[in-house]
Structure formats: structure tokens, C-alpha cells
Design a protein around this ligand. Sequence first.
Ligand code: EPU
Length: 334
Amino acid sequence: MQTDVSLKPYHTFGIEVEARLFTEFHSLEELQTLLPTLRTTPFLVCGGGSNMLFTRNFDGLLARNCILGIHEISRTEKEVILESGAGENWHQLVESCVAMGYGGLENLSLIPGCVGASPMQNIGAYGVEIKDVFEYLDAVEIATGEIKRFYAEDCAFGYRESIFKSELKNQYIICKVAFRLSLYPTVNTSYGIIEAELERLSVHVPTIKDVSQAVINIRKSKLPDPSQLGNAGSFFKNPVVPEAVLDKIRTSYEKVPSYPAGEGTVKLAAGWLIEQAGWKGKRFGAVGVHELQALVLVNYGGGTGKEVYDLSQGIIEDVQHKFGVTLEREVNIY
Ligand code: EPU
């Protein structure tokens, strides 16, 4: 265990903060030996640190999940179940699946972070969420050390939500995640921008490799690379509001983007709201709102977590004032 460790290399916002204690675990056995400490010390578990904002030094233990290994568990004529260690890099897993011709993860190409975090917030992009391909996960219960298997129905998956962010928060550590992938994949190009990119690439009968490439191109064209510019992807969730709120916005903005969300509600695009409120591309010292995607807050270098947080608060209040919509942060704040 190390003391007073800089967390800059361990999270994608690149904020200069320290943890009082830091360690990594590479196996279930190493995790088991850590459990007594986790029961008595404030702790955080991280993988790629791609959804974290530190507003101060962390007075506890940051434990980095480095459990690796990708294994085939079983297969039928049509499908394969692939199990991955929680510490595997997400995009490398997607790339391996695409290379092997296993379909299901290609729309989720280039999402930063590790496999263990993917069910935690049911990551999603371009028409696919992890819950669509999720088979099970194995997690260690901190209180007892027992390993429990969770199937999809146990995880309470929602939009960027799971039981591990709510009821079971800080109670389990995800060690392995298994996915059900197709050996005869049908591609999902329902998200308009993917179709447009495939068209641009002159691809008429897309394979999963083509879809993955299209997603990579789209993401690279508007989302900043955390290794170049500190950020944590979408800083806010897209808000789900009653249809009446949309109708009101429509009276001034005819083309407001919206997606049906069931039971008289619609999902609005937070990036659109923030852009219309005039924040896109605005820079405040070392932090700002990304110039190509208003949903992403960035650290140009040397910014503090407090500065990013205050910026997000200013955005929330302004969007509330202008549109009557309350944005919720997607990034975890510490
Ligand atoms: N838009 C704007 N201005 C902006 C950004 C977006 O007007 O600055 C508009 C777009 O024109 C479009 C709509 O908002 O009409 C939606 O934009 P986009 O398709 O880029 O997706 P998003 O809703 O902004 C969500 C996810 C992303 C994911 C994309 C693609 C959330 C919070 N974000 O963004 O996920 O990659 O869809 O599926 O749901 C992440 O979670 O970190 C993330 C990047």
C-alpha cells in the first residue's frame, strides 16, 4: 500500500489530487486480502477512472481493479459467452471481439474505461447499452468476502444506472463480467449518424468491423481524447422530462431534439440545451465546455476539480433558468 499518491495518472480528468492510500489488486486473492482494510477505511475502487471528478484530496484508500483475463465460457451454434476480468481495458475487449467476429459490442467502441465499470452505469452509445449483451457478473461482497453472481434481472439496469450505483452502492466489487455475443451478428445502424458515416465510407453491406470503425470515426470527430485533453465523457445525463416541458421549449425552438422515453415522458439532449444556453466552447481559465460537444467538460491542464464542479453548477442553474429542466451529473463527484 502506498501513501499520499498523486491520482493524476489514475483518472481521465487529469486533476492534480492525492489519495492518502493507494493500492492495486490483480486477482481475487489479492482483493480478499484487502477486504479487512475496505471494511474499516473510506475507499473508492477505480478501473480506468473515466467517470470520476475529484474536488479535493481523497482521505481514504483508492483501490485500482487490475483483474485481467478474457476467457470463452461456452458456445452454441449461434452464440458465445465471453468472460472478462474487470480490469481489462474496455476498448481492447471490443477490438478483440470485433477481430474474432463476435457481434454485440461494436457500437460501444472507443468508450474509455475498464470492463468492470461497464455494468455499473450500464454504458451505452449509438443505440446499444451494455444490458443488451450482458450475461452475468461476479462480484465480491465486501462485508462477507463471498462471491455472488448477478444476472441481468438482478442488476436493475436503467439509463446509466444499475443496482451498484443505488441500493448496493459500495457493497460489492465487480471482478468479472460476461457477455453473450453473436457468432452470426446482425449490425445495429439504427442511430442516424452511423448510417451517415457508413455512407461516407461507401460501405453498403456493413460488417461489425465497419460499424466499429464508423463509431470510432464519429467519436474521434467530436469527443476529446482523455490522453490529450482531460475529460470524463458526458458530464451530465440526458434529462427525461414530461412531454409538457418539451412542448413549452418547442414554442421557441421548433427543432429541439427529443426521444420518446415512455409514459408521457421524453428524453432531451443535454448537449443541445447547454449549447442553446450559450455555454458550448466557453473557456474559464483552465477548464471549459468542449467546443464540439457541449455535454463534455474539459480540463485544459492545471484545472482543479472545484473549478470543473463550479462550472457544472453554473450550467445546471442556467439551463434550469432558461428551460425549466434540471440537469443531473453523470460523473461521480468526490
Ligand atoms: N447536440 C447539440 N449540441 C451539442 C451536443 C449535442 O445540439 O453540443 C445535439 C445533437 O445535435 C443531437 C443530440 O444533441 O441532436 C444528441 O447528441 P449526440 O448524438 O452527440 O449524443 P448525446 O446525447 O450528446 C449520448 C451519450 C454519449 C454517447 C452518445 C451517442 C449520454 C449522457 N451521453 O450523448 O455517451 O456517446 O449519446 O450514443 O447519454 C458518455 O456517456 O460519456 C457518452 C459520451
